[in-house]
Design a protein around this ligand. Structure first.
Ligand code: AHG
Ligand code: MN
Ligand code: MN
Length: 337
């Protein structure tokens, strides 16, 4: 069998960047290593004493799970040990984690991450994920600073996610398409399984937490009704699929086509998901696969970012479906909803 490992693929692709000296390749390799360790723990979560909550609440006001902390620690340790990253921003840390060690002195990159996405699902054996986003630092030297992270999504150098599912997969982009790698546990390597991933232009899946229906903007309510209408020509009604693990929902939609929406609600008037380490990286991937990502009105990657943990609504997926949802947003915003 002719397998290509993530390591081999990254080195091959390094030549796409004329001035690359291998730093980004090494950074991606470090992320791959941490992903394997987290996968190992997630896999035996039912056996090890690692399920449940720590009893603490994070900066977002959410209950922290033991695996959130484990995944966060693993990624931070791998990035520190690799020496290619001068600061980390994580969902689990209120402030950035500056890195100023001997080996990271000339590091050019900063990494933003959601170490465990969908962690409310971990206790019930449902897929969870990790999301990461890489930027070139804007400050000159020393440890990275907050301003290195306050860049628009369009400035991302690379982004990806890992899904710890029925098999573990790492999907990433450096702005030249999207490639997916499946972990072969027998050799302990991520192997290229999904080269050049493309999201279908349209699909028949919509993913949204309909329990919040009453609190959605009118445009979203009307779009949901549109998804449920009978129409042979457009293959409606669409199917509703929502796991509550963003990475898993978005991974499925990326492969079969669909739209994922997390709009504003009365409870989360700015949306729930975070721009820096959830929406921008997912937007980069989906756009690179031929799809779209907006906040209902505007492209996610062009949004200004002022705070590390800034939230935004998210409409992401097959381009025709995102366009249609945005049409409803525009139409019903005019009516003064
Ligand atoms: P996290 O586990 O990192 O806090 O993120 C969960 C996110 C996302 O993955 C998922 O789609 C969404 O929150 C689920 O939220 P609801 O339970 O409000 O639907
Ligand atoms: Mn998340
Ligand atoms: Mn998380």
């Amino acid at each position: 069998m002719n397998v290509k490992t993530l390591g081999q693929f990254i080195i091959e692709k390094q030549n796409d960047f004329p001035f690359a000296k291998g730093e980004l390749s090494r950074l991606l390799r470090d992320i791959g290593i941490a992903a394997k360790i987290v996968n190992r723990e997630v896999n035996k979560a039912g056996l090890a004493e690692i399920l449940g909550e720590t009893g603490e609440t994070n900066v977002q006001g959410e209950k922290v799970k033991k695996l959130d902390v484990f995944a966060n620690d693993q990624f931070i340790a791998a990035l520190k040990a690799g020496g290619e990253c001068c600061a980390i921003a994580s969902e689990e840390n209120e402030e950035i984690i500056p890195i100023d060690s001997d080996i990271s002195r000339n590091a050019k990159y900063v990494v933003a991450m959601d170490p465990l996405d969908g962690s409310s699902n971990i206790d019930v054996n449902v897929s969870v994920g990790t999301i990461f986003s890489i930027y070139r630092r804007t400050t000159l030297n020393g440890a990275g600073q907050l301003e290195d992270f306050l860049q628009r999504g369009t400035e991302q150098v690379a982004a990806g996610y890992v899904i710890y599912g029925s098999s573990a997969m790492l999907v990433y982009t450096t702005g030249k398409g999207v490639n997916g790698f499946t972990l072969d546990p027998s050799i302990g390597e991520f192997c290229l399984s999904h080269p050049n991933m493309r999201i279908p232009q349209s699909g028949n899946v919509y993913s949204i937490n309909e329990g919040n229906y009453l609190h959605f903007p009118d445009g979203v309510k009307k779009y949901i009704k549109y998804c449920q209408e009978e129409d042979k020509a457009t293959n409606r009604p669409y199917s509703s699929r929502y796991i509550g693990s963003g990475v898993a929902d978005i991974h499925r939609n990326l492969i079969v086509g669909g739209v994922y929406i997390y709009p504003t609600t009365t409870k989360s008037p700015k949306g729930k998901l975070r721009l820096l380490y959830e929406c921008n990286p997912l937007a980069f991937i989906v756009e690179q696969a031929g799809g779209k990502a907006t906040d209902g009105y505007k492209r996610i990657m062009e949004k200004d970012i002022k705070e590390l943990h800034q939230r935004t609504p998210l409409f992401l997926g097959s381009s025709d479906m995102v366009d249609k949802a945005m049409e409803f947003m525009a139409k019903y915003a005019e009516v003064g909803a």
